[in-house]
Ligand binder design. Sequence first.
Ligand SMILES: NC(=O)c1ccc[n+]([C@@H]2O[C@H](COP(=O)([O-])OP(=O)(O)OC[C@H]3O[C@@H](n4cnc5c(N)ncnc54)[C@H](OP(=O)(O)O)[C@@H]3O)[C@@H](O)[C@H]2O)c1
Length: 336
Amino acid sequence: MNVGIIGASGIGKHHAKWFTLAGCKVTAFTGTTPERCAATAALLRDLCGFGGQTYLDYREMLEHEPLDIVCVCSPPEAHLNQIADALAAGRHVYAEKPVTWPPSDLLSCPLASCPNPRARSVFHPALHLLLEETRSALSFSGPVFGLNAQYVAAREAYRTLYEAERGALRHIESFYFLLESKGLSGRYSAFEGIWIDMAPHGLSQMIDWLPEGTLKPDTVTCDIGEETTSASFCYGDARIEMVCRKNVVSIPKRRFGVNDFWVDYEGRADENGVYRSFLTHNGKTVMIDDLMDVSVRRFLEAIRRPEIQPFVGPQQALENLELIMMILERGKRKTS
Ligand SMILES: NC(=O)c1ccc[n+]([C@@H]2O[C@H](COP(=O)([O-])OP(=O)(O)OC[C@H]3O[C@@H](n4cnc5c(N)ncnc54)[C@H](OP(=O)(O)O)[C@@H]3O)[C@@H](O)[C@H]2O)c1
């Protein structure tokens, strides 16, 4: 299958690598300037033998390239039109998380200080509109849509570790997710931005573990700090705690689990230089395929076999976005 990538110099180069290793061919990508395109083309040549076309406008790429799959790897505020146009052009779409977010000029104040005249569940007008536009873009039939919120791909390995120690996992009473990062520049590096950038990973795992769950809005507490945003709430019957932190100077921690059975996650190369995922609990470590590798292969499987769903499909992606919004809107900024 032919793959085109919208924005291939950041996480997009990992899409190029994993789709190529899964047997696809990256035949085109977009960049923002001719110079950036040339630099990324050289990078992809080394990474996955790229020898295709480059574009400055994704619409031209859609028009001229016989693509089967489009990866949307641009900044969140650019995602929605790109997803909608690629799906409308009949291409399968594998998009980065979060599925979308508004440009900053649409949000003139921290969400928690916005007025709530009609007390609706999503009350910031810009977010409400965006949610409806996303719902509309993703309600299609035909092409497959998947969101790259890859932590869901740890499910089976996690369950094996859990059940080896605790026995069958039948009921989920709690879910914990901690994600740290060394930090990024730009609008997603502080306050609400941390949550928007990092929470989709934890929320996607939570939705996967608790597919029947719904948010109990009155239970939400969310502290929005300059470097850490944390939230606790009830989702169905389960207690949820999520912590997202940026700008850490030590080795970033990534930890998750249900029923207080936590594993530490690490991504690194194995002894053969292949990038893998490692889950550790109580000093015992299991190595599994890289979570993005597994997610990409699942997406390709969903294209080939209609009975298979991507780990995070349209419905889960939409719920993920709605939860990001609803939890943030109930948050409080901490500026000390
Ligand atoms: N799943 C994960 O673990 C993970 C990890 C990191 C990022 N992400 C997500 O991936 C997305 C991109 O993040 P990133 O860190 O890769 O960002 P980045 O390094 O800034 O790369 C963005 C890419 O998009 C291109 N671009 C910039 N503005 C654009 C626009 N308006 N329209 C089309 N293309 C545009 C850039 O082109 P140039 O090449 O010309 O600069 C670049 O290739 C975000 O949604 C982010 O949350 C996910």
